[in-house]
Structures are given as C-alpha cells and as structure tokens.
Write a protein that binds this ligand. Sequence first.
Ligand code: ZN
Length: 211
Amino acid sequence: MTGVPPGARVFCIGRNYADHAKELNNPVPAAPVVFMKPAACLVPPGEPLRFPPHGEDLQHEVEIVVRVGDGGADITEDEALDRLDAITVGFDLTLRDVQQRLKAKGLPWEQAKAFEGAAPLGEFVPIDRVDPVDLRFHCDIGGERRQSGHTADMLFPIPRLVAHLSAIWTLAPGDLIYTGTPAGVGPVRPGDRLVAAAEGIGEFAWDVLGR
Ligand code: ZN
C-alpha cells in the first residue's frame, strides 16, 4: 500500500477508550492492550472489501492511525510525536463472533482481526497538519453515523503508546499504530458502504461486496 513499506508492522491498540471497553464488558486496562495485523491486511480507499467467509458478525472499529517516521527504541513521551510523520483514519475490522469464541478459550485473535481485508486505511497526511491529541473523527456505515470519537478521550494518548511500544520493539520508519476505537462499534453487512473521516485529514470510503 502507498506510504507503507514492505515489512512494516501494524500495531493495534485494544480498549483504549473507556466507553468502548465498557460496551464490550471488558475491564479498563492498566497498560495498553497490543495486538498486530499483517500489513497485507491493509486496503486503500475505494478498493472492494470481501466479507470474510469464516464468521457472521463483522464489526467496524474506526480508529486514528499514525505512521512512524524516524522511529527508534525507548522513545520518551516528550519526543514521541516528533518520531511520527503521518496520520490518517481507518478501520480495525473485527469478526466479533469469532473473537468472542477465541477470547472465551483464551486463544489468540488472529482469525478475528487479521483476515484478508481487515485493515482498510485512508490516505496519509503529514502529522503536523493536525493536533493528534485533539482530533475528532467518525464513521458512517450504510449512510448511518455509528461512531464519533475524540483523541483526547484515549486512555493511553498517542505519546504514551509510542513510548510503550518502543520499549518493546525498535520502531522502524513506516510502522503503523491503530490507536483504538471509541464506543459505537456495530455490524457491517454485505453491500454496506464504510466511510471513515477525521477533521483536517479527509474522508475515505470502501464498499463491502455481497457474500
Ligand atoms: Zn480496534
């Protein structure tokens, strides 16, 4: 995908908004919940999305996504925003029925979160064009407003996420961070149009194919 080098990692943060953790009956975490998707899951705007064949309850999670510029290890919160170079909005698509089954058994989430097409992603803008910790974003599914978020409501703000991740992984140019979703997640159906938008960044759309 344009702007994402081969080998880039896609870090995803779970339960980063208290209202979303609550709607799924998850505890508010004491540290960021981290999982990953392969970069092969990314889908640029306008490309069709296939409904995954192995689940029924496909759900949208609209999220602000940042891209690592300089990167490095052990980045402090103070220097974190300077190590990012671009920002956009995208979807962390999730097969909720599959995820609930896996969670109940304590099994990994890949089948629910890392299927083909699971990461529709908008076009990047330079991160200095917006204030990443004071940013409104939303999604419309099938013409209906489903989620509205504000990055100031993150339990772990973007600088904290960069510090947390870079204490474990040496962040490399082009790595991405999906920063978590606010409340309002819900079903995506075959034929739906998914629209993700953020102020100062843009609006991006994908159509889900029939089954
Ligand atoms: Zn998510």
